[in-house]
Design a protein around this ligand. Sequence first.
Ligand SMILES: NC(=O)c1ccc[n+]([C@@H]2O[C@H](COP(=O)([O-])OP(=O)(O)OC[C@H]3O[C@@H](n4cnc5c(N)ncnc54)[C@H](O)[C@@H]3O)[C@@H](O)[C@H]2O)c1
Length: 449
Amino acid sequence: MTVTKEQLRAATLLSRIEGRSATVGVIGLGYVGLPLAAAAMRSGFSVIGFDVDRMKIDKLEAGRSYIDAVSDDDLSDHMAAGRFAATDDFARLAECDAIAICVPTPLTKQREPDLSFVEGTTRVIARHLRKDQLIILESTTYPGTTDEVMKPILEATGLKSGKDFYLGYSPEREDPGSAGFETATIPKVVAGDGPIAAKLVAQLYGSIVKKVVPVSSIKVAEVVKLTENIFRAVNIALVNELKVVYSEMGIDVWEVIEAAKTKPFGYMPFYPGPGLGGHCIPIDPFYLTWKAREFEVATRFIELAGEINVAMPHYVMEQLAKALDQRLGIPLSQASILVVGVAYKKNVSDVRESPALKLIELLEARVADIAYHDPLVAKIPRTRKHPLLSGKNCIRLNRDSVSAYDAAIIVTDHDSIDFGLLGNHSRLIIDTRNAMESRGIICDRVVKA
Ligand SMILES: NC(=O)c1ccc[n+]([C@@H]2O[C@H](COP(=O)([O-])OP(=O)(O)OC[C@H]3O[C@@H](n4cnc5c(N)ncnc54)[C@H](O)[C@@H]3O)[C@@H](O)[C@H]2O)c1
């Protein structure tokens, strides 16, 4: 059997990956990219991290991490060993054998996929593309992005995918704030454009994470990620709807879920809340919705889930107004409110798409005074959706501050919040996370919403 030149070159790349002598480039050193870079370093690869944000590069060069999942020591050790460099010099992409792209994939103002980061990054890679490089997209996106958007840009260089360079897709599955999982222990779905690329992608991630799950095509891998997040968005919407219905009936949805989840099969608990947050669940489903239109297929479940989840901050505000009136005789317009927790999820400092920001914005226009406390968010950073909230400072949580407000709304139940203090000194607590009862704090001034 004759071996072609391409096969020989691919075999060389494969053995460089197996032997960890390959250099891995990671583009976009955020919540996904930096932990991936760290996992690759820990597996023995030399890693070059790329970002357009000079402040991040400066911090990394000084051995300082800005992501909880990656420690300063981890970075400094690998930098000292010459296994990690961070740069905004994209000419260094030519030094990389494999390049993982972890740039943002947000929605535009019209709630359509914004692929400008992926496209821009692909153009930069194309400028430095050389033979035998493996390019993998990690960003969450609609099926067809890698094949229909990235591949033509890369092939416009004259190099061909599957022959001169290799293209793949492998979605990220981070669970920020969760102690149980880290990049290396979460199974990773992998796919390539053609059999050689598929083998290379599987080998690369197989060297970094404990388990890889190969699928037959890049499109399948792209929708696996969307399917996971749509599943969450729809189930959270369902339980949010049940919360509203049961509340009218005087039934506590949290007690219902606790009992229902004792069923050992056919049920999986999802929890209600003040609305969806984070970079993924509120956004990703609409990547599929958009693409489905091209096929003239409606995505009614996804749209409906979006409607229900988006209505939650409004529902919480209504429940707050009702409780203020019925329990304290104070109209919403005269009330002072303390929002407890502004991160989108417990034990993380990330406020992207946080329902707390929406709630604060709604309340700022309606109440007399509003403040927030979040032990992990000292100041609200600038966000695209809520620019007017940027710079707002966290207040301290103590007996005086708690009792100075008519009501506290628990939006995020970080473990480090002193809920006992709230229980002892708040006049009214609107609890959107069942934070009080789940900690054994039973108090008749708590209203679940
Ligand atoms: N955060 C999560 O938990 C999570 C989980 C799974 C998947 N994802 C997906 O991963 C992707 C990245 O998300 P993230 O949360 O890490 O975002 P992030 O905003 O934390 O990080 C993105 C990084 O890319 C950088 N960047 C932007 N444009 C760039 C460019 N042209 N070149 C180089 N760097 C650039 C930004 O400066 C930033 O550091 C998104 O598609 C997201 O949907 C995120």
